[in-house]
Design a protein around this ligand. Structure first.
Ligand SMILES: NC(=O)c1ccc[n+]([C@@H]2O[C@H](COP(=O)([O-])OP(=O)(O)OC[C@H]3O[C@@H](n4cnc5c(N)ncnc54)[C@H](O)[C@@H]3O)[C@@H](O)[C@H]2O)c1
Ligand SMILES: [Zn+2]
Length: 389
Protein backbone atom coordinates (compact mmCIF):
# COMPACT_ATOMS: atom_id res chain seq x y z
CA UNK A 1 0.00 0.00 0.00
CA UNK A 2 1.20 3.45 -0.86
CA UNK A 3 2.15 5.73 2.00
CA UNK A 4 1.29 8.76 -0.07
CA UNK A 5 -1.65 10.93 0.87
CA UNK A 6 -4.98 10.28 -0.77
CA UNK A 7 -8.55 10.98 0.13
CA UNK A 8 -12.09 10.02 -0.72
CA UNK A 9 -15.05 12.35 -0.66
CA UNK A 10 -18.52 10.87 -0.71
CA UNK A 11 -22.12 12.00 -0.35
CA UNK A 12 -23.58 11.78 3.18
CA UNK A 13 -25.99 9.01 2.20
CA UNK A 14 -26.69 6.92 -0.89
CA UNK A 15 -29.94 4.97 -1.27
CA UNK A 16 -30.28 2.18 -3.81
CA UNK A 17 -32.75 -0.53 -4.72
CA UNK A 18 -36.51 -0.94 -4.74
CA UNK A 19 -38.46 2.01 -3.42
CA UNK A 20 -35.32 4.02 -2.65
CA UNK A 21 -37.24 7.07 -3.89
CA UNK A 22 -39.44 6.75 -0.80
CA UNK A 23 -36.60 8.27 1.23
CA UNK A 24 -37.21 11.73 -0.22
CA UNK A 25 -39.76 12.98 2.36
CA UNK A 26 -37.55 11.83 5.25
CA UNK A 27 -34.44 13.49 3.75
CA UNK A 28 -36.36 16.74 3.38
CA UNK A 29 -37.71 16.47 6.93
CA UNK A 30 -34.28 15.77 8.41
CA UNK A 31 -32.93 18.86 6.69
CA UNK A 32 -35.80 21.07 7.90
CA UNK A 33 -36.55 21.99 4.28
CA UNK A 34 -39.15 24.67 3.53
CA UNK A 35 -38.96 25.12 -0.26
CA UNK A 36 -37.52 22.85 -2.95
CA UNK A 37 -36.05 23.61 -6.38
CA UNK A 38 -36.34 20.57 -8.64
CA UNK A 39 -34.10 20.30 -11.72
CA UNK A 40 -34.88 17.92 -14.56
CA UNK A 41 -35.23 18.09 -18.36
CA UNK A 42 -38.17 18.12 -20.71
CA UNK A 43 -37.37 14.65 -22.11
CA UNK A 44 -37.43 13.10 -18.67
CA UNK A 45 -40.69 14.85 -17.82
CA UNK A 46 -42.33 13.73 -21.07
CA UNK A 47 -41.40 10.13 -20.31
CA UNK A 48 -43.13 10.42 -16.93
CA UNK A 49 -39.92 9.68 -15.02
CA UNK A 50 -40.06 12.92 -13.09
CA UNK A 51 -43.53 11.90 -11.83
CA UNK A 52 -41.81 9.46 -9.47
CA UNK A 53 -39.99 12.37 -7.82
CA UNK A 54 -42.99 14.65 -7.89
CA UNK A 55 -45.07 12.02 -6.09
CA UNK A 56 -42.58 12.16 -3.20
CA UNK A 57 -42.42 15.96 -3.17
CA UNK A 58 -46.21 15.98 -2.87
CA UNK A 59 -46.03 13.48 -0.01
CA UNK A 60 -43.61 15.83 1.75
CA UNK A 61 -46.21 18.60 1.43
CA UNK A 62 -43.62 21.22 0.59
CA UNK A 63 -43.76 23.93 -2.07
CA UNK A 64 -41.51 23.25 -5.07
CA UNK A 65 -40.73 24.71 -8.48
CA UNK A 66 -39.45 22.79 -11.48
CA UNK A 67 -36.56 23.96 -13.68
CA UNK A 68 -36.40 22.03 -16.95
CA UNK A 69 -35.70 24.65 -19.58
CA UNK A 70 -32.09 24.02 -20.63
CA UNK A 71 -30.53 21.86 -23.34
CA UNK A 72 -28.51 18.65 -22.91
CA UNK A 73 -24.78 19.33 -22.44
CA UNK A 74 -25.49 23.03 -21.83
CA UNK A 75 -23.14 25.94 -22.38
CA UNK A 76 -22.14 27.97 -19.33
CA UNK A 77 -24.46 30.74 -20.57
CA UNK A 78 -27.43 28.33 -20.67
CA UNK A 79 -26.61 27.15 -17.14
CA UNK A 80 -26.34 30.75 -15.92
CA UNK A 81 -29.73 31.54 -17.43
CA UNK A 82 -31.40 28.83 -15.32
CA UNK A 83 -29.46 29.86 -12.23
CA UNK A 84 -30.64 33.45 -12.71
CA UNK A 85 -34.24 32.23 -12.68
CA UNK A 86 -33.61 30.09 -9.59
CA UNK A 87 -31.61 32.59 -7.49
CA UNK A 88 -33.34 34.76 -4.89
CA UNK A 89 -36.39 32.53 -4.54
CA UNK A 90 -35.48 31.21 -1.09
CA UNK A 91 -34.95 27.53 -1.89
CA UNK A 92 -33.29 25.59 0.87
CA UNK A 93 -32.96 22.25 -0.98
CA UNK A 94 -32.33 21.07 -4.56
CA UNK A 95 -33.51 17.78 -6.05
CA UNK A 96 -31.90 16.98 -9.42
CA UNK A 97 -33.36 14.13 -11.46
CA UNK A 98 -31.73 13.54 -14.84
CA UNK A 99 -28.57 12.65 -16.67
CA UNK A 100 -25.22 14.39 -16.25
CA UNK A 101 -26.53 17.53 -17.95
CA UNK A 102 -29.28 18.03 -15.37
CA UNK A 103 -27.15 17.05 -12.39
CA UNK A 104 -24.24 19.30 -13.42
CA UNK A 105 -26.57 22.28 -13.92
CA UNK A 106 -28.19 21.71 -10.52
CA UNK A 107 -24.82 21.22 -8.82
CA UNK A 108 -23.65 24.58 -10.16
CA UNK A 109 -26.88 26.17 -8.92
CA UNK A 110 -26.19 24.70 -5.47
CA UNK A 111 -23.02 26.81 -5.16
CA UNK A 112 -24.09 29.91 -7.06
CA UNK A 113 -26.82 31.61 -5.06
CA UNK A 114 -24.94 34.90 -5.24
CA UNK A 115 -24.80 37.98 -7.45
CA UNK A 116 -21.07 38.38 -6.89
CA UNK A 117 -19.99 35.84 -9.48
CA UNK A 118 -21.46 33.26 -11.83
CA UNK A 119 -20.53 30.20 -13.89
CA UNK A 120 -18.24 32.29 -16.14
CA UNK A 121 -16.14 33.36 -13.18
CA UNK A 122 -15.87 29.75 -11.98
CA UNK A 123 -14.28 28.79 -15.31
CA UNK A 124 -11.24 30.83 -14.24
CA UNK A 125 -11.48 30.40 -10.48
CA UNK A 126 -13.51 27.26 -9.72
CA UNK A 127 -12.70 27.14 -6.02
CA UNK A 128 -14.19 30.49 -5.04
CA UNK A 129 -17.79 29.27 -4.70
CA UNK A 130 -19.12 27.91 -1.40
CA UNK A 131 -21.99 25.49 -0.77
CA UNK A 132 -25.25 27.42 -0.66
CA UNK A 133 -28.02 24.81 -0.91
CA UNK A 134 -27.90 21.06 -0.09
CA UNK A 135 -28.60 18.79 -3.04
CA UNK A 136 -30.03 15.35 -3.73
CA UNK A 137 -29.06 13.85 -7.11
CA UNK A 138 -31.06 11.09 -8.83
CA UNK A 139 -29.40 9.87 -12.05
CA UNK A 140 -31.51 8.71 -14.99
CA UNK A 141 -28.56 7.48 -17.05
CA UNK A 142 -25.89 4.96 -16.05
CA UNK A 143 -23.81 7.01 -16.67
CA UNK A 144 -21.71 9.91 -15.86
CA UNK A 145 -21.38 9.30 -12.13
CA UNK A 146 -22.05 13.04 -11.78
CA UNK A 147 -24.25 12.13 -8.80
CA UNK A 148 -21.08 11.69 -6.75
CA UNK A 149 -18.38 13.85 -8.32
CA UNK A 150 -17.46 17.42 -7.41
CA UNK A 151 -17.33 18.23 -11.14
CA UNK A 152 -19.67 20.02 -13.53
CA UNK A 153 -18.92 20.15 -17.25
CA UNK A 154 -20.11 23.08 -19.35
CA UNK A 155 -19.73 24.11 -22.97
CA UNK A 156 -17.71 27.24 -23.70
CA UNK A 157 -18.98 28.20 -27.18
CA UNK A 158 -16.52 31.07 -27.76
CA UNK A 159 -13.64 28.60 -27.35
CA UNK A 160 -15.59 25.71 -28.91
CA UNK A 161 -14.65 23.38 -26.05
CA UNK A 162 -16.14 21.92 -22.91
CA UNK A 163 -14.57 22.70 -19.57
CA UNK A 164 -14.84 20.84 -16.29
CA UNK A 165 -15.38 22.97 -13.19
CA UNK A 166 -14.18 21.17 -10.06
CA UNK A 167 -15.20 22.36 -6.60
CA UNK A 168 -15.65 20.06 -3.60
CA UNK A 169 -18.72 22.03 -2.56
CA UNK A 170 -20.52 20.52 -5.56
CA UNK A 171 -20.44 17.04 -4.04
CA UNK A 172 -24.04 15.86 -3.65
CA UNK A 173 -25.32 15.54 -0.12
CA UNK A 174 -27.65 12.65 -0.99
CA UNK A 175 -27.95 10.23 -3.90
CA UNK A 176 -30.80 7.96 -4.92
CA UNK A 177 -30.11 5.15 -7.39
CA UNK A 178 -33.50 3.92 -8.55
CA UNK A 179 -33.32 1.36 -11.37
CA UNK A 180 -36.86 2.22 -12.52
CA UNK A 181 -35.40 5.42 -13.98
CA UNK A 182 -33.10 3.65 -16.41
CA UNK A 183 -35.46 0.77 -17.22
CA UNK A 184 -36.61 2.26 -20.52
CA UNK A 185 -33.45 4.12 -21.43
CA UNK A 186 -33.25 3.96 -25.27
CA UNK A 187 -30.50 1.53 -26.37
CA UNK A 188 -28.50 4.30 -28.03
CA UNK A 189 -28.34 6.39 -24.84
CA UNK A 190 -27.81 3.34 -22.60
CA UNK A 191 -24.88 2.29 -24.82
CA UNK A 192 -23.01 5.59 -24.98
CA UNK A 193 -23.59 6.52 -21.33
CA UNK A 194 -22.62 2.99 -20.28
CA UNK A 195 -19.35 3.18 -22.22
CA UNK A 196 -18.75 6.59 -20.59
CA UNK A 197 -18.92 4.81 -17.22
CA UNK A 198 -16.58 2.11 -18.55
CA UNK A 199 -14.12 4.85 -19.55
CA UNK A 200 -14.35 6.43 -16.07
CA UNK A 201 -13.37 3.12 -14.47
CA UNK A 202 -10.50 2.11 -16.76
CA UNK A 203 -9.14 5.65 -17.02
CA UNK A 204 -9.22 6.20 -13.25
CA UNK A 205 -7.56 2.83 -12.65
CA UNK A 206 -4.73 3.67 -15.07
CA UNK A 207 -4.50 7.31 -14.04
CA UNK A 208 -1.36 8.81 -12.50
CA UNK A 209 -3.69 9.77 -9.66
CA UNK A 210 -4.92 6.23 -9.01
CA UNK A 211 -4.67 5.09 -5.40
CA UNK A 212 -6.09 2.29 -3.23
CA UNK A 213 -9.40 4.13 -2.69
CA UNK A 214 -10.02 4.90 -6.34
CA UNK A 215 -8.78 1.46 -7.46
CA UNK A 216 -11.34 -0.28 -5.27
CA UNK A 217 -14.24 1.51 -6.94
CA UNK A 218 -12.72 1.67 -10.43
CA UNK A 219 -11.97 -2.05 -10.59
CA UNK A 220 -15.27 -3.20 -9.13
CA UNK A 221 -17.13 -0.78 -11.41
CA UNK A 222 -15.15 -1.99 -14.42
CA UNK A 223 -15.82 -5.64 -13.58
CA UNK A 224 -19.56 -4.99 -13.33
CA UNK A 225 -19.72 -2.92 -16.52
CA UNK A 226 -17.74 -5.37 -18.67
CA UNK A 227 -20.04 -8.20 -17.60
CA UNK A 228 -23.39 -6.40 -17.72
CA UNK A 229 -23.32 -3.63 -20.31
CA UNK A 230 -24.32 -5.65 -23.37
CA UNK A 231 -27.31 -7.38 -21.78
CA UNK A 232 -28.37 -4.16 -20.03
CA UNK A 233 -28.44 -2.37 -23.40
CA UNK A 234 -29.82 -5.19 -25.56
CA UNK A 235 -32.55 -6.63 -23.38
CA UNK A 236 -35.30 -4.28 -22.17
CA UNK A 237 -36.29 -6.83 -19.50
CA UNK A 238 -32.77 -7.21 -18.05
CA UNK A 239 -33.52 -5.35 -14.84
CA UNK A 240 -30.73 -6.94 -12.81
CA UNK A 241 -28.11 -5.94 -15.38
CA UNK A 242 -29.54 -2.42 -15.64
CA UNK A 243 -29.48 -2.08 -11.86
CA UNK A 244 -25.88 -3.33 -11.88
CA UNK A 245 -24.97 -0.69 -14.48
CA UNK A 246 -26.45 2.05 -12.32
CA UNK A 247 -24.40 0.98 -9.32
CA UNK A 248 -21.25 0.58 -11.43
CA UNK A 249 -21.72 4.06 -12.92
CA UNK A 250 -21.89 5.39 -9.36
CA UNK A 251 -18.64 3.54 -8.56
CA UNK A 252 -17.13 5.18 -11.65
CA UNK A 253 -18.12 8.56 -10.22
CA UNK A 254 -16.48 7.72 -6.90
CA UNK A 255 -13.35 6.68 -8.81
CA UNK A 256 -13.31 10.03 -10.66
CA UNK A 257 -13.59 11.86 -7.35
CA UNK A 258 -10.71 9.92 -5.79
CA UNK A 259 -8.55 9.75 -8.93
CA UNK A 260 -9.23 11.36 -12.32
CA UNK A 261 -9.87 10.51 -15.95
CA UNK A 262 -7.10 10.64 -18.55
CA UNK A 263 -6.54 11.11 -22.27
CA UNK A 264 -9.86 9.63 -23.46
CA UNK A 265 -11.84 12.30 -21.66
CA UNK A 266 -9.28 15.04 -22.38
CA UNK A 267 -9.28 14.51 -26.15
CA UNK A 268 -13.05 14.07 -26.11
CA UNK A 269 -13.84 17.57 -24.86
CA UNK A 270 -13.19 19.43 -28.16
CA UNK A 271 -15.47 16.96 -29.95
CA UNK A 272 -18.29 17.85 -27.58
CA UNK A 273 -17.47 21.55 -27.52
CA UNK A 274 -17.26 22.20 -31.26
CA UNK A 275 -19.14 19.38 -32.99
CA UNK A 276 -21.63 18.57 -30.21
CA UNK A 277 -20.80 14.88 -30.23
CA UNK A 278 -22.54 13.48 -27.10
CA UNK A 279 -20.10 12.96 -24.22
CA UNK A 280 -20.44 9.17 -24.13
CA UNK A 281 -20.18 8.87 -27.91
CA UNK A 282 -16.94 10.86 -28.18
CA UNK A 283 -15.41 8.86 -25.33
CA UNK A 284 -16.46 5.58 -26.94
CA UNK A 285 -14.82 6.66 -30.22
CA UNK A 286 -11.52 7.56 -28.59
CA UNK A 287 -11.34 4.73 -26.04
CA UNK A 288 -9.62 2.10 -28.17
CA UNK A 289 -7.19 4.46 -30.00
CA UNK A 290 -6.12 5.90 -26.62
CA UNK A 291 -5.80 2.44 -25.03
CA UNK A 292 -3.61 1.30 -27.93
CA UNK A 293 -1.40 4.39 -27.67
CA UNK A 294 -1.02 3.97 -23.91
CA UNK A 295 -0.33 0.27 -24.25
CA UNK A 296 3.04 1.09 -25.78
CA UNK A 297 4.07 1.61 -22.15
CA UNK A 298 4.77 -1.67 -20.26
CA UNK A 299 3.53 -0.14 -16.97
CA UNK A 300 0.19 0.62 -18.63
CA UNK A 301 -0.01 -2.94 -19.98
CA UNK A 302 0.54 -4.22 -16.45
CA UNK A 303 -2.44 -2.15 -15.27
CA UNK A 304 -4.62 -3.52 -18.07
CA UNK A 305 -3.56 -7.05 -17.17
CA UNK A 306 -4.59 -6.42 -13.56
CA UNK A 307 -7.97 -5.14 -14.76
CA UNK A 308 -8.34 -8.25 -16.94
CA UNK A 309 -7.67 -10.50 -13.95
CA UNK A 310 -10.47 -8.78 -12.02
CA UNK A 311 -13.06 -8.49 -14.79
CA UNK A 312 -12.64 -11.65 -16.84
CA UNK A 313 -14.49 -14.63 -15.42
CA UNK A 314 -14.35 -16.96 -18.44
CA UNK A 315 -12.46 -20.14 -19.19
CA UNK A 316 -9.59 -18.70 -21.22
CA UNK A 317 -6.28 -18.82 -19.34
CA UNK A 318 -3.78 -16.19 -20.39
CA UNK A 319 -0.25 -16.38 -19.05
CA UNK A 320 1.46 -13.07 -19.77
CA UNK A 321 0.80 -9.44 -19.03
CA UNK A 322 0.96 -8.63 -22.74
CA UNK A 323 -1.61 -11.30 -23.65
CA UNK A 324 -4.00 -10.05 -20.98
CA UNK A 325 -3.55 -6.39 -21.93
CA UNK A 326 -4.26 -7.19 -25.58
CA UNK A 327 -7.24 -9.37 -24.68
CA UNK A 328 -8.72 -6.60 -22.56
CA UNK A 329 -8.42 -3.97 -25.30
CA UNK A 330 -9.96 -6.43 -27.79
CA UNK A 331 -12.84 -7.10 -25.36
CA UNK A 332 -13.56 -3.39 -24.89
CA UNK A 333 -13.38 -2.95 -28.67
CA UNK A 334 -15.89 -5.78 -29.20
CA UNK A 335 -18.27 -4.18 -26.70
CA UNK A 336 -18.08 -0.73 -28.34
CA UNK A 337 -18.70 -2.33 -31.76
CA UNK A 338 -21.51 -4.54 -30.48
CA UNK A 339 -23.25 -1.49 -29.03
CA UNK A 340 -23.11 0.21 -32.46
CA UNK A 341 -21.87 3.53 -31.14
CA UNK A 342 -20.78 5.75 -34.07
CA UNK A 343 -17.05 5.49 -34.69
CA UNK A 344 -16.49 8.03 -37.46
CA UNK A 345 -16.24 11.77 -36.88
CA UNK A 346 -17.34 12.46 -40.48
CA UNK A 347 -20.89 11.75 -39.31
CA UNK A 348 -20.57 14.82 -37.09
CA UNK A 349 -19.31 17.16 -39.78
CA UNK A 350 -15.62 16.95 -38.86
CA UNK A 351 -13.43 17.64 -41.90
CA UNK A 352 -9.79 16.64 -42.51
CA UNK A 353 -8.77 20.33 -42.32
CA UNK A 354 -10.12 20.47 -38.72
CA UNK A 355 -7.36 18.16 -37.50
CA UNK A 356 -4.89 20.92 -36.50
CA UNK A 357 -7.55 22.67 -34.44
CA UNK A 358 -8.54 19.41 -32.76
CA UNK A 359 -4.96 18.61 -31.79
CA UNK A 360 -4.45 22.09 -30.36
CA UNK A 361 -7.75 22.08 -28.45
CA UNK A 362 -7.19 18.54 -27.17
CA UNK A 363 -3.75 19.37 -25.82
CA UNK A 364 -5.21 22.28 -23.87
CA UNK A 365 -7.03 19.81 -21.62
CA UNK A 366 -4.01 19.54 -19.34
CA UNK A 367 -6.20 19.16 -16.22
CA UNK A 368 -6.81 15.58 -17.40
CA UNK A 369 -3.83 14.95 -19.67
CA UNK A 370 -1.47 15.19 -16.68
CA UNK A 371 -3.24 12.10 -15.31
CA UNK A 372 -2.34 10.01 -18.37
CA UNK A 373 0.57 7.63 -17.69
CA UNK A 374 2.12 8.36 -21.07
CA UNK A 375 2.78 11.99 -21.86
CA UNK A 376 0.52 12.82 -24.81
CA UNK A 377 2.34 14.75 -27.55
CA UNK A 378 0.82 16.65 -30.45
CA UNK A 379 1.87 13.76 -32.67
CA UNK A 380 0.06 11.26 -30.40
CA UNK A 381 -3.12 13.38 -30.37
CA UNK A 382 -2.98 13.71 -34.16
CA UNK A 383 -2.67 9.95 -34.65
CA UNK A 384 -5.59 9.32 -32.28
CA UNK A 385 -7.94 11.78 -34.00
CA UNK A 386 -6.88 10.49 -37.43
CA UNK A 387 -8.11 7.01 -36.47
CA UNK A 388 -11.67 8.29 -36.06
CA UNK A 389 -11.84 10.66 -39.06
N1 LIG B 1 -20.01 15.89 -13.54
C1 LIG B 1 -19.37 14.82 -13.93
O1 LIG B 1 -18.62 14.23 -13.17
C2 LIG B 1 -19.57 14.33 -15.32
C3 LIG B 1 -18.96 13.14 -15.73
C4 LIG B 1 -19.16 12.73 -17.04
C5 LIG B 1 -19.94 13.49 -17.90
N2 LIG B 1 -20.51 14.66 -17.46
C6 LIG B 1 -21.35 15.50 -18.33
O2 LIG B 1 -22.69 14.98 -18.33
C7 LIG B 1 -23.31 15.31 -19.58
C8 LIG B 1 -23.85 14.06 -20.23
O3 LIG B 1 -24.78 13.45 -19.38
P1 LIG B 1 -25.51 12.08 -19.80
O4 LIG B 1 -24.59 11.27 -20.62
O5 LIG B 1 -26.04 11.49 -18.56
O6 LIG B 1 -26.68 12.54 -20.76
P2 LIG B 1 -27.64 13.83 -20.73
O7 LIG B 1 -27.97 14.25 -19.35
O8 LIG B 1 -27.01 14.87 -21.62
O9 LIG B 1 -28.92 13.24 -21.43
C9 LIG B 1 -28.87 12.84 -22.80
C10 LIG B 1 -30.29 12.64 -23.31
O10 LIG B 1 -30.84 11.50 -22.69
C11 LIG B 1 -32.14 11.79 -22.20
N3 LIG B 1 -32.37 10.92 -21.05
C12 LIG B 1 -31.80 10.99 -19.84
N4 LIG B 1 -32.25 10.00 -19.06
C13 LIG B 1 -33.15 9.30 -19.79
C14 LIG B 1 -33.96 8.16 -19.53
N5 LIG B 1 -33.93 7.51 -18.36
N6 LIG B 1 -34.77 7.71 -20.51
C15 LIG B 1 -34.80 8.33 -21.70
N7 LIG B 1 -34.05 9.42 -22.02
C16 LIG B 1 -33.24 9.90 -21.07
C17 LIG B 1 -32.10 13.26 -21.84
O11 LIG B 1 -33.38 13.83 -21.84
C18 LIG B 1 -31.22 13.81 -22.98
O12 LIG B 1 -31.97 14.09 -24.11
C19 LIG B 1 -22.24 15.96 -20.42
O13 LIG B 1 -22.35 17.37 -20.37
C20 LIG B 1 -20.95 15.49 -19.79
O14 LIG B 1 -19.87 16.34 -20.05
C21 LIG B 1 -20.36 15.06 -16.19
ZN1 LIG C 1 -17.39 10.91 -18.75
Amino acid sequence: MSLEKYSLKLPKAVFSGTDSMDNIPEILKQNGVKKVAAFTDKGIRTLGLFDLVEEQLKKAELPYDIYDDFPPEPSYQAVQKVIDQFKGKGYDFIVACGGGSVMDTAKLASILVTDEYGVKELLDDPKRAKKCVPILTIPTTAGTGAECTPNAIVGVPEKEVKIGIVNDNMMSDYVILDARLIKNLPRKIAASTGVDAMCHCIECFTSNKSNPFSDTFALRGFDIIMNNIEKACDDPTALTEKNNMQIAAFYGGVAITASGTTAVHALSYPLGGKYHVAHGVSNAMLLIPVMNMNAEDPAFRAKLAAAWDVAYHGEERLATVDEKAKALIDWMDRIVKHLEIPTDLKEFGVKPEDLDWLVEAGLQQQRLLVNNMKQVTADDARKIYQQVM
